[in-house]
Design a protein around this ligand. Structure first.
Ligand SMILES: Cc1ncc(COP(=O)(O)O)c(C=O)c1O
Length: 310
């Protein structure tokens, strides 16, 4: 199946004042459940698992993981099974993310944090593979080499949709960013906004996913940058002020953002503009990577002072 997400111009006083053309690629609208980069990353993983005759896909995630949520739905839709190795206790099965995943047929196995830390360990993975022989194992966040061509299609689509100078996106594991960098081949400035503190770890994870010409080690002769100072205190951390700014921007633009990924991208954009990073006349594209299901989890955990909605 092919979906081409739309590109919209964002009309905002600040952008008009600064003479910036800001657009947004609405990957959040690709599908009501498998939205954003999840669809892009899972597409060829599911195709591969089916073609190779696997019974299902096994993957990893936290209790509110967008990836787990999307994987459960996408595998059900494609008539294969799924197993989620979930960080945390059994009671999380009742939360909005996992109750839906379980309802769609995912077999959720809860592991403690120490075990979860082994998720990329070769021995642990070999044990899991022995236990679940007919399952294709996909890493946390779906970030493997099969995710790259799916993500790269964002660039193919954008090149047909508009001329732009800079593409901005939120970065977690670095899989999405790697796919964009490989596909773009240095045509545009790509700014990845690290949403967690461990940006050096993200770069390490990106290295094996990047084409040889895109080594993370040569920052001076490349057009992409992982910006490390916009994580707002760490993964899923944000202040009331951050939340208010995201809420206001959503209200002003009519586009919903959440504070874990896309909202941090918005805050970074506003900070970059305030610091005169861009020059007048530049065309900037934001990639809306979806993840709006995560808002329900934040509400359940009483993490939001205003329910973020339009
Ligand atoms: C909504 C959303 N946006 C962005 C990201 C970051 O993507 P990546 O892990 O490929 O860097 C994630 C995490 O996978 C996500 O759920």
């Amino acid at each position: 199946m092919t979906f081409i997400s739309s590109v919209q111009k964002i009309n905002h006083q600040l952008f008009i004042k600064r003479k910036l053309n800001v657009h947004i690629k609405r990957d959040d609208l690709i599908h009501p459940i498998i939205s954003g980069n999840k669809w892009r990353k899972l597409k060829y993983n599911i195709e591969y698992a089916k073609n190779e005759g696997y019974e299902g896909i096994l993957s990893f995630g936290g209790a509110y993981s967008n990836h787990i949520h999307a994987l459960a739905y996408a595998t059900k839709q494609q008539c294969i099974k799924s197993i989620g190795i979930i960080r945390g206790e059994q009671h999380y099965q009742k939360n909005s993310t996992l109750s839906q995943a379980i309802n769609w047929g995912m077999n959720c196995q809860f592991v403690d944090r120490k075990t979860y830390r082994l998720r990329n360990n070769a021995e642990y993975l070999a044990d899991l593979q022995q236990q679940y022989v007919n399952y294709f194992i996909v890493p946390e966040g779906g970030s493997n080499t099969l995710a790259l061509p799916g993500v790269g299609e964002v660039i193919t689509e954008l090149n047909q949709q508009l001329n732009y100078d800079t593409l901005i996106l939120p970065v977690g594991s670095g899989g999405t960013f790697s796919g964009l960098i490989n596909a773009d081949r240095g045509q545009h400035e790509l700014l990845g906004i690290a949403v967690l503190k461990e940006a050096d770890h993200i770069q390490q994870q990106m290295q094996p996913l990047l084409n040889k010409t895109n080594t993370v080690a040569s920052p001076s002769n490349r057009k992409w940058q992982l910006l490390k100072d916009f994580h707002r205190g760490g993964y899923a951390k944000f202040s009331k002020e951050d939340e208010q700014k995201i809420y206001q921007f959503s209200q002003e633009t009519g586009i919903l953002f959440e504070p874990v990924y896309s909202g941090k991208m918005v805050l970074a954009l506003l900070d970059l503009i305030a610091n005169d990073y861009f020059t007048a006349g530049q065309t900037i594209v934001l990639l809306h990577t979806g993840g709006l299901q995560g808002l329900n989890g934040l509400v359940e955990q009483s993490r939001l002072s205003t329910p973020l909605s339009l």
